[in-house]
Ligand binder design. Structure first.
Ligand code: HEC
Ligand code: HEC
Length: 237
């Protein structure tokens, strides 16, 4: 009985030892047997080194939240948003803005404004019509966590001189901050889709976009050509 058990154990051991052996046919069995603890030891050491290196490295950036991380209502909604605003944040249409990496507070306010009618757009107003406040908050939080995409848009010659003069007169950076990166409820403008910036600045000017009186009265003083130059300049940042 005890002998039988011993035989079983030793057979089990022999199998375990000879298993890696089969993948290395040129290696003799005794070497493989004695090498096993060394390999195990080396792996443990490697693990320790990796763990050490891990603690020394700056913290890894948080993973990009994707559709696969979503559940519930958001999992149904987000794929629809991505159809226009872009799978990887690069908009699929000339009039759809970048929303990936935009500030959460700003995104929420826009969704809320489309819902309460103070900003209107035939598609966006329809989309948010039946969404709850919680849905809007979760959508804003989801898109804000994703990285801002690089659209690699080019400005035209002379845009920078004109745009910087206009921006300084309009004190754009007082609110949109250095680098036009925005914060909280003030949107990032740097690297936004140029064709969208043109549309939305003109809409502020004509008050077709009526959810910010300050932006409307400011842009009211600019010509269409000036707005185009500002849009190309900001889009290329
Ligand atoms: C059919 C295309 C389409 C779909 C689908 C769509 N959008 Fe939009 N979205 C647009 C367009 C076009 C605009 C610009 C509208 C305007 O000029 O007011 C916009 C504007 C926005 C804005 C304002 C951004 C800014 O910079 O002011 C937000 C936020 C937004 N969409 C979020 C979403 C979310 C969240 C979803 C999914 C629930 C979604 N969109 C689905 C086309 C779309
Ligand atoms: C007094 C503060 C202030 C100043 C000055 C200002 N902005 Fe804004 N801007 C805002 C705020 C706040 C919003 C968001 C409005 C909203 O909630 O709809 C905005 C929105 C915008 C948008 C819309 C972005 C989007 O994603 O739809 C553009 C474009 C813009 N500003 C351009 C400019 C330019 C160009 C200047 C200078 C000529 C300027 N702003 C000066 C506060 C300001």
């Amino acid at each position: 009985m005890s002998r039988g058990g011993g035989r079983h154990r030793s057979r089990g051991l022999a199998t375990a030892v000879s298993d890696p052996d089969r993948t290395r046919p040129h290696m003799s069995r005794p070497t493989a047997r004695s090498a096993t603890p060394i390999v195990v030891g080396a792996l443990a050491l490697l693990g320790a080194v990796v763990a050490f290196a891990e603690t020394e490295r700056p913290p890894a950036p948080p993973p990009i939240p994707g559709i696969e991380d979503l559940s519930g209502h958001l999992a149904e909604l987000v794929p629809m948003c991505l159809a226009c605003h872009g799978e990887n944040g690069v908009p699929n249409y000339a009039e759809s803005p970048v929303i990936d990496g935009q500030h959460e507070g700003y995104l929420y306010i826009q969704l809320r404004d489309y819902k309460n009618g103070s900003r209107t757009h035939e598609v966006m107003s329809e989309i948010v019509k039946d969404l709850s406040r919680q849905d809007l908050k979760e959508l804003a939080a989801f898109f804000a966590k994703r990285p801002w995409p690089r659209l690699q848009q080019q400005a035209e010659e002379g845009d920078d001189v004109l745009a910087e003069r206009l921006a300084s007169a309009g004190m754009c950076k007082e609110c949109h901050l250095g680098g036009y990166l925005g914060d909280s409820t003030v949107p990032r403008l740097a690297g936004q889709l140029t064709s969208y910036l043109v549309v939305t600045m003109r809409a502020f000017k004509t008050k077709e976009r009526a959810n910010n009186a300050a932006m409307s009265s400011l842009l009211d003083t600019y010509t269409d050509e000036e707005i185009d130059a500002l849009a190309r300049y900001l889009g290329a940042l």
